[in-house]
Design a binder for this molecule. Structure first.
Ligand SMILES: *[C@@H]1O[C@H](CO)[C@@H](O)[C@H](O)[C@H]1NC(C)=O
Ligand SMILES: *[C@@H]1O[C@H](CO)[C@@H](O)[C@H](O)[C@H]1NC(C)=O
Ligand SMILES: *[C@@H]1O[C@H](CO)[C@@H](O)[C@H](O)[C@H]1NC(C)=O
Ligand SMILES: *[C@@H]1O[C@H](CO)[C@@H](O)[C@H](O)[C@H]1NC(C)=O
Ligand SMILES: *[C@@H]1O[C@H](CO)[C@@H](O)[C@H](O)[C@H]1NC(C)=O
Length: 600
């Protein structure tokens, strides 16, 4: 075992070093309280493999952020001049001193260059070691932790690093990261059985919504691709299969999208797309059995609606391996698979041409992801934005709450040691470099109420400049003292926008079902963004990239403001949808025709 040899080596080495200079004593790098719901279960076998990810500080991230805001601001002369992969990597590369210090530490444990997997910018190092070695590297003790849901993780509540490395290593995970990806599909409501035949165009008169928008009355009870095109004013727009354009969907938790279901869906809702398909990428061993009875509901929903709207724009689905509940101490499954966002980011940031619009319908309580780790994941998403990619996340289905119980009586507690009552924001939706999509229902549209549109304010991320005006206007409208202490009024407000989120008719394991959640709004919105990119290319312009600076400025008039509904949680009625931006439905739902006019 490498690690064991390494330890012997470091012990021998420690003697002369101790004479030359004071030894680098280990100092605590991070200590947390275990999040609610997790208890210590057992001791992991010492030879249990664990893949440690070591983050080195990204030297010029502030410069990357400045570039990102300039190239994404429609009023800046650099708008649309996205950075290349190499330019982005140069900006996030660590300082040579950090690389050297970390290399020296690892070689002291016997690791050689061939044992290390480095990200292209060298800002991450991954090493797979037995738990016993990880414990020595980090002067910690790992345990198997069990969640009330049955999920298990190998984690610790504190870890240390030699004091000289504290400025050269930002974080090491998996250590204190208890977050798990969760599909935003509302598990409370799940899938509803529906009739085999899609009923549209009844005798009822079409609904006229003004500005020439006419919607089939059936859309008030069943959402189809046509409904979304009608409601969001995209009927008749014909996108091309321009190879420069692209759209991607990410899948986690062993979900894959079934092609047979997709064809049945196309036959029913998008006949001209029949026989077309998407490119599949397996990330870190993500599965794609195509066995109809193993198709993923989330994956099918995302692929059917995003690609149903964006056809024939080139489409890709990513399946990233790993689910926490899969951990069993005897199978020796490497535990790296428990942090799929970074696995996916590694994969996508290596691509020369990542999809220009990417939708993800997964997330978890912000507080279950340690702040430093959340910031690094968010910084990875910023890199995609700087390269011209629109990164889109669903905002969550639990209103201002944590989704663990009935929103009316639910108690929401912080796990920062204070155990105080507080609203629970969703991550990555709370990352300021993504566009977060909340949920509506019905025609006329109101904030969804069968479950609740995730929204609120981040406890980790400050309010970004692009939403300063919109969010301050909302905050001023709140009666003084509203929810005092329950949310961070200085935090990044989310969602940014919204879209229909309930009663989507999809095909799942050979049957039609209705499905709901902000899981549905995100791919629907992403499909329309891909169409906007098509319009941009036809106008000889660049892709849209990071959307928010555009949406909150010139884009505002391209949205239907949603002013009815609220997002319950934590025993409160949550926030209210209201005129202008609100933390329930953001700026509102898209009007493709108007947005197209704005961006071309
Ligand atoms: C749509 O359905 C909702 C809820 O059932 C109802 O309140 C609303 O009136 C319906 N809209 C139309 C235009 O019929
Ligand atoms: C799809 O493929 C089938 C079988 O090859 C063919 O009969 C059908 O015309 C194709 N449909 C479209 C829309 O291309
Ligand atoms: C498809 O999946 C089901 C459920 O997991 C399983 O019972 C069946 O054997 C699988 N079929 C094939 C051909 O692998
Ligand atoms: C937090 O406080 C609540 C209510 O006072 C209590 O039920 C719960 O056990 C506490 N949790 C922790 C982790 O202390
Ligand atoms: C939401 O609206 C209701 C009804 O007007 C009002 O009583 C409540 O105070 C509002 N809540 C917030 C957070 O604005």
């Amino acid at each position: 075992m490498r690690g064991l040899l390494g330890l012997v080596g470091s012990l021998l080495l420690a003697i002369p070093l101790a004479v030359a200079a004071p030894p680098n004593v280990y100092k605590t790098k991070q200590r947390i309280d275990a999040p609610r719901g997790w208890v210590k279960h057992s001791t992991p076998p010492p030879d249990q493999p664990i893949s440690l990810r070591i983050a080195l500080p990204q030297q010029n991230f502030h410069a990357l952020e400045k570039h990102l805001f300039e190239v994404s601001d429609p009023d800046h002369n650099r708008y649309g001049q996205h950075l290349s992969k190499e330019e982005v990597e140069a900006l996030v590369a660590p300082h040579k001193d950090s690389l050297d210090a970390v290399d020296e530490w690892l070689s002291g444990f016997g690791f050689e260059e061939k044992d290390l997997i480095r990200s292209p910018a060298k800002d991450w190092i991954t090493i797979t070691v037995p738990v016993s070695t990880a414990e020595k590297l980090l002067d910690t003790t790992y345990h198997v932790w069990k969640h009330t849901s049955g999920d298990m993780l190998v984690r610790t509540t504190s870890y240390s690093l030699p004091s000289n490395l504290h400025t050269h290593i930002e974080l090491v995970q998996p250590t204190t990261m208890f977050g798990r990806v969760k599909p935003e599909k509302s598990t409370i409501f799940g899938l509803d059985e529906v009739t085999d035949v899609l009923h549209t165009a009844s005798e009822a008169l079409p609904l006229a919504l003004g500005s020439g928008i006419i919607v089939d009355p059936s859309c008030n009870s069943t959402i189809t691709v046509s409904c979304l095109l009608q409601l969001y004013n995209a009927v008749g727009y014909v996108p091309s299969n321009d190879p420069r354009n692209s759209i991607g969907i990410t899948g986690y938790l062993e979900q894959f999208a079934n092609i047979q279901d997709l064809q049945t869906f196309y036959a029913e809702q998008r006949p001209d797309a029949l026989n077309s398909t998407f490119t599949f990428h397996s990330v870190a061993g993500g599965i794609n059995s195509q066995n109809l009875s193993e198709a993923g509901a989330e994956a099918n929903l995302d692929v059917q609606f995003a690609f149903g709207i964006s056809h024939p724009i080139p489409a890709t689905f990513y399946s990233t391996a790993g689910r926490p509940s899969q951990f069993t101490p005897d199978t020796r499954t490497p535990t790296n698979t428990n942090e799929p966002y970074t696995d996916w980011l590694d994969f996508i940031l290596k691509q020369e041409n990542p999809p220009l619009t990417i939708s993800t319908s997964y997330g978890d309580d912000e507080q279950t992801v340690p702040e430093d780790f959340a910031k690094r994941i968010c910084a990875g998403l910023a890199q995609l934005g700087a390269r011209g990619v629109s990164v889109i996340f669903s905002s969550g289905d639990y209103g201002v709450g944590d989704g663990n119980s009935d929103p009316a009586t639910q108690e929401c507690f912080t796990n920062d040691g204070r155990n105080i009552t507080r609203f629970i924001p969703t991550f990555p939706a709370s990352c300021p470099f993504v566009t977060s999509v909340g949920g509506t229902v019905n025609i006329q549209e109101v904030a969804v109420s069968r479950f609740f549109s995730g929204g609120g304010f981040s406890d980790y991320f400050k309010r970004p400049v692009y939403q300063e005006q919109a969010v301050c206007k909302y905050l001023k409208s709140l009666p003084k003292g509203t929810y005092k202490g329950l949310f961070n009024a200085e935090g990044r407000g989310f969602p940014d926008v919204a879209a229909q989120s309930d009663r989507y008719r999809i095909w799942y394991r050979g049957r039609p079902v209705h499905i709901g959640g902000t899981s549905a709004s995100s791919p629907a919105f992403a499909g329309l963004v891909a169409l906007l990119n098509d319009a941009r290319f036809k106008a000889k312009k660049s892709s849209l990239g990071f959307l928010n600076p555009l949406l909150y400025s010139r884009g505002v008039s391209g949205f239907n403001d949603i002013t009815v509904g609220n997002n319950h949680g934590c025993g409160t009625t949550g926030f209210n949808a209201s005129q202008g931006w609100d933390p329930v439905t953001g700026l509102g739902t898209p009007n493709f025709g108007k947005l197209k006019g704005i961006v071309t």
